[in-house]
Design a protein around this ligand. Structure first.
Ligand code: NAD
Length: 348
């Protein structure tokens, strides 16, 4: 193993950006620490075939900053960080590469804790954990974070429904779940059990049809999401789905889903609000997974996980009430709540 860590110039407001390379193990990864003001940085490791380093840096920095906000809002005593391994997860990943990644995480001395994200499974993380104790989300420990993410999104969606529709009863509500992966499928099951009229979509057609049959749901093509007559949209695929154009086309009055970075840019939140659509910030509602991971980092029992999960829904309630009372957007209120938590006095 010939691992090298090179500090790159971190963008303004970021703490550290490191390039980790081990040619023998085929590793080329970026680890970004956005903030450790509230505790060691924590956030998943994504593996993706980025077209170039610039795209990877853009992704890892955006995601690391999002983790600072998510971890602060969920009150986890953790800062924000993220890692990306550059490569195709289906063809390039090896146990040696994951061990080398673990060694890179270890070299950061506990300032960054890693876990699974897109393209990385608990089995991969187990290889990383052979080289560091700062890898979590392991089978036999806190396990797959996705069911926790789905439960958190579901609870927040009900709070959102109460504010928007006057009732959290989802019976007959038309809810579109975009993306039936680890989180989306679990969320769709909860929504079906709660009596929602589901519309499902995924680029994986066989999986989509099987889920629709099992849950008695309708389906739509992935590019027809914004043509559907719906009450609630739950984005659970990739980020950037809420654009200037889709904000104009959307018929839903509430958006609540797991996908990270749903807004293509911050201005889309204003466009949605102008059309009377309530957007629940992704980093607030999708914290269930990192809560589960945090319980492993801190060695807290299940009761702590559940308490923290329950607290997210309470925070959404608070955020929506404050937004209504002050005429501001929920996203602005959420950002202000985080800024207050990150203020030097609070952090100290
Ligand atoms: P996943 O990879 O298991 O599932 C994503 C699903 O979306 C797949 O079924 C895929 O086929 C589908 N998809 C991709 N592009 C699509 C498109 N254009 N239209 C419709 N479907 C599409 O991922 P996941 O773990 O379920 O996570 C979903 C989202 O939630 C991601 O954005 C992830 O970053 C975010 N998130 C996940 C967790 C977690 O605990 N897993 C926690 C926080 C945030």
């Amino acid at each position: 193993m010939v691992l090298t860590l090179t500090d790159l110039t971190a963008p303004q407001g970021f703490q550290r950006l490191v390039l980790a390379q081990d040619p023998q193990a085929g590793l080329r990864a970026l680890i970004c620490l956005h903030s450790t003001a509230l505790g060691p940085a924590a956030g998943g490791c994504r593996m993706w075939a980025y077209p170039d380093d610039e795209a990877a840096i853009h992704d890892v920095t955006r995601l690391a900053r999002g983790m600072t906000y998510k971890n602060a809002m969920a009150d986890l005593g953790l800062g924000g960080g993220k890692a990306v391994i550059i490569g195709d997860a289906r063809t390039d990943k090896t146990p040696a590469m994951m061990r080398a990644f673990g060694a890179a995480v270890d070299a950061l001395g506990g300032t960054y804790w890693t876990a699974e994200d897109v393209g990385i499974s608990p089995a991969d993380m187990a290889h990383a954990a052979e080289a560091t104790r700062f890898a979590v989300g392991l089978s036999g420990a806190s396990g797959d974070p996705s069911p926790w993410t789905a439960e958190g999104v579901f609870r927040c969606l009900r709070v959102g429904a109460r504010h928007v529709f006057g009732s959290d009863d989802l019976t007959g509500r038309r809810v579109l779940v975009q993306g039936l992966g680890h989180v989306g499928m679990s969320l769709a099951e909860k929504l079906a059990a709660a009596g929602a009229r589901l519309i499902l979509t995924d680029i994986n057609q066989p999986a989509l049809e099987a889920a629709a049959t099992r849950l008695g749901a309708q389906t739509c093509a992935p590019d027809q999401v914004f043509d559907q007559q719906i009450d609630i949209l739950a984005p659970c695929a990739l980020g950037g789905v809420l654009t200037d154009d889709s904000a104009q086309a959307l018929t839903a009055r509430l958006i609540c889903g797991a996908a990270n970075n749903q807004l293509a840019h911050d201005g889309v939140a204003d466009a949605l609000a102008a059309r009377g659509i309530t957007y629940l910030p992704d980093y607030v509602v999708n914290a269930g997974g990192i809560i589960s991971v945090a319980s492993e980092i801190h060695g807290h029992p299940d009761a702590w996980r559940l308490d923290r999960l329950t607290a997210i829904a309470g925070r959404v309630d608070q955020m929506l009430a404050r937004a209504r009372d002050t005429g501001r957007l929920p996203a602005q209120v959420a950002d202000e709540m985080v800024a207050a938590m990150l203020s030097p006095r609070r952090a100290a």
